[in-house]
Design a protein around this ligand. Sequence first.
Ligand code: NI
Length: 172
Amino acid sequence: MKRPILIHPDPRLKKVCDPVSDVSDQLRALAEDMLETMYDAPGIGLAAPQVGVLDRLIVLDCAKDEGEEPHPLVMANPEVIASSDEKNVYEEGCLSIPDQFADVTRPKVVDVRWMDMDGNERTETFDGLWATCVQHEIDHLDGKLFIDYLGPMKRQLITRKMQKLKREKAKV
Ligand code: NI
């Protein structure tokens, strides 16, 4: 089931989310809903707070080249445990900040540890777009948005555009 995506600014997008203690059917259902919502948007990543759930859960799938098989990943309590000194710049966007994009610099390669939907601990190395995406989604769990990496002027400009968008949406 698709869920509505919160649009910035929203206090729920600024919260530090709670760790997931165990993988319940309810959590699996949330992950399924989040994947459906992400694919439908369409997007390559989504964090639970973006659908108003303050749990440390993210979904992502950066396999978006034509003809590439889907590669959904669901991560509970994801954590960057190592990151490269080498940096990468990507033009990032966010489903909670529609139609706004900006360059963000992040470590190019990261090792991430998480709990999968079978309750198993997993560790994997991510590079390129996958690395950027997983870092962006983990940031959401700490109340951090990609615009927080930008200068105050640019951030305020985007925030004002989003406030306007929300006012317009509320009128309809
Ligand atoms: Ni985002």
